[in-house]
Design a protein around this ligand. Structure first.
Ligand code: ADP
Ligand code: MG
Ligand code: MG
Length: 212
């Protein structure tokens, strides 16, 4: 059975923070096309704070659930804009079903992702097709839930990333029904949703740390 330790999650958060710095301008550019041009900046502010406090958050928590909860609370407290509370809720709720565990199975990891996505849905009330991060996250979580990962964890993880990537691409032709780009109407057509793209990139970082 493939298991994931608390260290895996700490390493993944580090990888996400590095990725955000690399993609900061790209994500901000996407947001300047259909939003207010701060998505990369918002995530960078949040994950820089998480990075600064990472050893403290790790040392002061016993299990995966409370570590991720603290990461989420840090994002929620630091990031203004829509994405702070949404990604904040994601990480805060990821560990709901695995409280007290220092190690989780891949099956449990799948459930954690689904719980995180459900928290974003609950908070933002967006559905697939609304041109938000849910356009990548929901199909990704569903793909994992429907898969049989036993012995094929790495493969399934890779396919999950492809589903997220495709979900982000699927936002290109859409008119937004939620968030700031709502007011653009048809002018949003032809532009990728920045949050759908950052969701894909965040899980790509989780995948890369799984490969290591
Ligand atoms: P803001 O729009 O406040 O400047 P960001 O630019 O950081 O915040 O984040 C914008 C992203 O947040 C959008 O690209 C979209 O994916 C996501 N988003 C906005 N509103 C919602 C919502 N109600 N549900 C899910 N995602 C949303
Ligand atoms: Mg913005
Ligand atoms: Mg903003």
């Amino acid at each position: 059975v493939v298991t994931l330790s608390k260290d895996y999650f700490v390493e993944s958060i580090k990888k996400i923070a590095e990725m955000i710095e690399k993609e900061r301008n790209y994500l901000t550019k996407l947001d300047s096309d259909i939003g207010d041009g701060d998505h990369g900046i918002n995530l960078s502010i949040g994950f820089r704070e998480v990075t600064k406090r990472l050893s403290e958050l790790n040392e002061n928590t016993e299990d995966i659930s409370s570590f991720l909860k603290k990461v989420g609370m840090t994002l929620l407290g630091k990031v203004g804009g829509a994405s702070g509370p949404l990604y904040g809720s994601f990480f805060m709720k990821m560990g709901t079903d695995v409280k007290g565990k220092e190690v989780v199975t891949f099956e449990e990891f799948i459930k954690m992702i689904d719980n995180g996505v459900a928290a974003v849905e609950m908070r933002g009330k967006a559905q697939v097709g609304d041109k938000t991060m849910i356009d990548s996250l929901r199909p990704g979580a569903d793909y994992l839930k429907e898969s049989d990962p036993n012995g094929r964890e790495l493969e399934i993880f890779k396919e999950f990333i492809e589903v997220l990537k495709q979900g982000a691409k699927n936002t290109d032709p859409l008119i937004a029904k939620k968030g700031r780009s709502l007011r653009l109407g048809e002018r949003a057509i032809g532009h990728r949703d920045p949050g759908a793209e950052s969701s894909y990139l965040i899980f790509k970082a989780f995948y890369e740390s799984f490969q290591d």
